[in-house]
Design a protein around this ligand. Structure first.
Ligand code: GP9
Ligand code: MN
Length: 632
């Protein structure tokens, strides 16, 4: 066939065919949830962006044969990758990642059922490959020396525009998608399965190198540091009071402390919790310490008493590390561990992490009847979630350790009219205005759940831990927030104070008490183990028992290096008096930093905080617990 200037180059034909095929597969064969028009558009664009990118590489080759061969085999290999993902997805409702690929159990699982996962109609997935193959063999659309320059330029422009469009829209839809990496489905939805694999490979090699170069030589130093800071078990006021009891831990989505015992339009925001905390140990200076991994970061701290990472979600990036996590430890005492959360199981890589840390069962969205009526915003409404969970909970062997993760009070705080019991706040921030209503809804859901626990008889045999996972209202809403809190502005000190989330520990037969010592999510694991009377030989954990009578470590570190001590609050190079909020030193200003009256009191603690965060990161990045012998 003759070369014609007007011929459409084969890379473009292949890009269009393969892109369309991939889109159809995403849309109709994978069960990818589309929540809005923008997601639909991105899902449509990304297959073309990746397809054009790969096929366009062919224009770099000099001779026709290589160009054609490259396009042919790219189409084949790409389709095989897509198809493997599809087979895997049919079995696991998840996409392939490198660690999962090499995880023996998965492969074995697939092996036995593989025939059931392959359908004759799947042949259609290879239709475009056949067409591309045929065209390439006939040399259709080959790039010849005369038009090479022009075609290359066009190819470059097309590829770059498509990529920019794809990534730009993805950034609008999910800011910081790649850094935060929260869900494989989100990643695939936004950048496509091929780019997702590249991303996964990069992530994996980074993780692997750090792990490979670690040899455990840092462990003794870290162990020594940790042990110096641990109060003695015998000094826990409540050691063993809850021995053998069930543990029900309720994570309240985006629940901050400022709503507790507070009002909006003259009405209490959380009437139930306000009452319930009277019967519980209530910690009113309890801080969340999460970072990009949000809910999953708080879960990580609860179970491990290690810090989450400064970037990304540790659940995602280090879900296969060795840990000494609560479910594993409790499992040794015959506890049955579960998580209840009506979301897709791969979100935050939970399925992998739960499996790895000893959970016996994850009641994910598949354990619930979810419909349009009982969903809002991110998914199932909290009241329905708790109600449907009861049946599962009642069927568990006891004692159990069960975490419930709520969802309704999640940004953008949508709520159906009929579920709102209080009016919106009135400020310039629609987000904050709506927040009070969803907080109230969750408060009601909680009340109803506790009623059901009482009816089932589980309540009396259980301790309840209720906790906010992280902030819900960001800095972005400071103006509205200052209006609500009746302050002139929200400064950096106020911002730190707004990172408080409620923590309630309810133990049957115990009277309520408000505890105001500074505390944080890092402390949950040692506290819980002591309440249950479980002594572990040794552990590498950075938290301390909240009921210890000995002086506890004097600070709670936030993940960005800010800290709260009994006396001071340090953040963004500023040192404040905790009680008054008075600024007493500002680093680098020369005015307060070194003068007598402004001596930087925060400095020694700041160094300890940096040190501690650094130790924790070393453990996670180097997977150091694999070198640690917890028994001897
Ligand atoms: C997702 C839910 C919310 O399953 O836990 O996650 P978040 O965005 O708060 O981390
Ligand atoms: Mn959350």
């Amino acid at each position: 066939m003759d070369y014609d200037r007007r011929n459409i180059p084969l890379y473009a034909i292949a890009g269009a065919l393969f892109g369309l095929k991939t889109y159809l597969v995403y849309r109709f064969l994978f069960n990818i949830s589309i929540e809005n028009m923008l997601q639909e558009i991105i899902l449509f664009i990304n297959p073309f962006a990746s397809a054009f990118f790969v096929f366009a590489i062919s224009v770099l080759f000099k001779n026709k044969k290589t160009q054609m061969g490259f396009i042919r085999y790219s189409a084949l290999v790409g389709t095989v990758i897509l198809y493997f993902n599809l087979i895997f997805y049919r079995n696991f409702t998840d996409f392939i990642t490198i660690p999962v690929l090499f995880q023996g159990s998965n492969a074995a699982d697939l092996g036995s059922s593989i025939l059931a996962l392959i359908y004759v109609t799947d042949l259609f997935i290879f239709l475009d490959v056949a067409i591309i193959w045929y065209l390439s063999k006939r040399g259709v659309g080959a790039i010849v020396p005369e038009n090479k320059k022009r075609v290359r330029k066009r190819a470059l422009i097309t590829v770059i525009s498509l990529l920019i469009l794809n990534l730009g829209l993805a950034e609008i839809e999910r800011p910081q998608l790649l850094q935060r990496a929260f869900d494989r489905e989100y990643l695939v939805k936004n950048i496509g399965v091929f780019n997702f694999h590249i991303y996964d490979i990069v992530l994996q090699s980074k993780t692997k190198t750090q792990r490979v170069f670690a040899n455990g030589e840092e462990v003794p130093e870290i162990e020594e540091y940790v042990q110096e800071n641990q109060p003695k078990k015998e000094n826990s006021k409540l050691f063993g009071v809850a021995e053998g009891k069930n543990v029900i831990l309720i994570s309240l989505e985006s629940f901050q402390s400022f709503v507790i015992n507070n009002k909006v339009n003259g009405k209490e925001v959380t009437p139930f919790l306000n009452d319930f905390l009277e019967d519980s140990y209530y910690f009113d200076n309890f801080y969340h310490q999460t970072e990009q991994g949000k809910t999953s970061d708080h879960e990580f701290m609860i179970d491990n008493s290690l810090y989450p990472l400064p970037r990304g979600a540790v659940y995602f990036t280090h879900g296969n590390n060795e840990y000494n996590a609560l479910p594993n430890l409790l499992g040794e005492k015959d506890y049955y561990s579960t998580v209840f959360h009506a979301n897709n199981k791969s979100f935050w890589n939970r399925d992998v992490m739960y499996d790895n840390t000893g959970y016996d069962k994850y009641f994910d969205e598949e354990s619930y009847d979810i419909s349009d009526e009982n969903s809002v915003g991110w998914g199932m409404k909290d009241k329905d979630f708790f109600e449907q969970s009861m049946e599962h909970l009642e069927s568990l062997p006891q004692p159990f350790y069960s975490r419930f993760i709520t969802l309704t009070n999640h940004y953008p705080f949508d709520l159906d009219e009929e579920d709102a019991s209080i009016d919106r706040f009135d400020s310039s921030s629609n987000t904050l205005n709506k927040y009070f209503q969803t907080v109230r809804y969750t408060d009601e859901a909680l009340e109803q759940f506790i009623q059901q626990l009482k009816q089932s008889g589980i309540y009396e045999d259980s301790i309840l831990i209720i906790m906010g996972d992280h902030y819900g209202i960001s800095n972005f809403h400071n103006k509205a927030m200052s209006q609500y809190l009746d302050k002139e502005t929200i400064n950096d000190y106020d911002h730190v104070q707004l990172q408080r989330v409620p923590l309630l520990i309810h133990i049957p037969g115990h009277e309520g008490e408000t505890i105001s010592e500074v505390a944080g999510q890092i402390d949950v694991k040692p506290t819980l183990l002591n309440l249950l009377g479980i002594e572990i030989e040794k552990d590498i954990a950075f938290g301390t028992d909240l009921f210890s009578e000995e002086a506890r470590k004097d600070f709670i570190a936030l993940r960005d290096g800010s800290f709260i001590s009994e006396k001071y609050i340090y953040t963004k190079d500023q040192c404040y008096e905790r009680a008054t909020g008075e600024l007493i030193a500002k680093e680098g200003s020369g005015i307060l930093g070194t003068s007598d009256q402004g001596e930087n009191k925060c400095k020694p603690i700041k160094e300890q905080v940096e040190n501690e965060l650094n130790y924790s990161d070393k453990i996670v990045y180097g997977d150091l617990l694999r070198f640690y012998d917890f028994d001897s």
